[in-house]
Design a protein around this ligand. Structure first.
Ligand code: CP
Ligand code: NVA
Length: 304
């Protein structure tokens, strides 16, 4: 792995993504078979959280423990970060104590600055721009279920948010065709659209029509209509996304063995129906589990 950090999937090559997924598969096997894999013995990960989390916090903390290291939780409520200590200083302080930093925050720039000013690997645990760890776990899950990535068609229905941005980049980098249906005003980031336009060996479609995006899909993704930090926009977003639900009618347009992926938490009755969610719960909770294995691979590659 040439990258020192995991700031966004745009920074990774297809080979680096494959390296992470291959190690993730190996670490999953080791963990399931009781094979010791203390690749980060004695190392410490600082975890900065400016937003809520269940999966990210637990999977990183458990992952560090299984790798023989230690993770410490720094929420805004208890650290000086929450009282405005500049990121440049936090980066240099944590670099003197720890071996890696995982951060969940709002601005992508904050994550980039941590990497710039610190001297230890930085891992993005979600920003408003992207969610790279989640999509690495998603790619791992799809590969487990479909035995390949290249040539599949993945589809994302809903808000052009952090998840959409990472799915587009991760999918195209792995040679998958990507179709996104978002209403106007809620499209993915321009930087992501520019990247998609530069890809020559996979197809990208951006439409406002969910049916067009879902047709013949191998995997359908969706995510909440209002992300963390957008709670005030809930009512207007419910109106904007009314036709953007993953339901049986939409699933009928996809391939018969189409998977469903949702990063969770899910809002049943909004972006996905109870029926579709429960019919695909096995795949969705495999996806949640794979956060653990994919992130262990990322940490082992970056922090060893
Ligand atoms: N999918 C995900 O990142 O979940 P949490 O917000 O619970 O960490
Ligand atoms: N788009 C969601 C993802 C949560 C894991 C959010 O940012 O809140």
């Amino acid at each position: 792995m040439n990258n020192k950090h995991l700031l966004k999937l745009l920074d990774l090559s297809r080979e680096e993504i494959r390296e992470i997924l291959d190690l993730a598969d190996q670490l999953k096997y080791d963990q399931k078979h009781g094979i010791p894999h203390e690749l980060l013995k004695g190392k410490t990960l600082a975890m900065i959280f400016s937003k809520n989390s269940t999966r990210t916090r637990v999977s990183f903390e458990v992952g560090m423990f299984q790798l023989g290291g230690h993770a410490l939780f720094l929420s805004n409520a208890v650290s000086q970060i929450g009282r405005g200590e500049p990121v440049q200083d936090t980066a240099r302080v944590l670099s003197r104590y720890c071996d890696g930093i995982m951060i969940r925050t709002f601005e992508q720039q904050e994550v980039e600055d941590l990497a710039k000013y610190g001297s230890i690997p930085v891992i993005n645990g979600l920003t408003d721009f992207c969610h790279p760890c989640q999509v690495l776990a998603d790619l791992m899950t799809i590969r487990e279920h479909k035995a390949k990535l290249e040539g599949l068609k993945i589809c994302y229905i809903g808000d052009g948010n952090n998840m959409a941005n990472s799915i587009i980049v991760g999918g195209l980098k792995c040679g998958m065709d990507v179709a996104v249906a978002s209403p106007s005003g809620y499209q993915p980031d321009q930087q992501v659209k520019d990247f998609a336009a530069s890809v020559t060996d996979a197809k990208f479609v951006l439409t406002s029509d969910p049916a067009e995006a879902a047709r013949d899909a191998d995997v359908i993704f969706t995510d909440v209509w209002a992300s963390m930090g957008q709670e005030q926009e809930k009512a207007e977003r419910e109106r904007a996304f009314a036709g953007y639900q993953v339901n049986d009618k939409l699933m009928a347009l996809a391939k018969p063995d189409c998977m469903v992926q949702h990063c969770l938490p899910a809002h049943r009755g909004e972006e996905i129906t109870e029926e579709v969610f429960e019919a695909h719960a096995g795949e969705i909770f495999d996806e949640a589990e794979n956060r653990l294995h994919a992130q262990k691979a990322v940490m082992a590659l970056l922090m060893k």
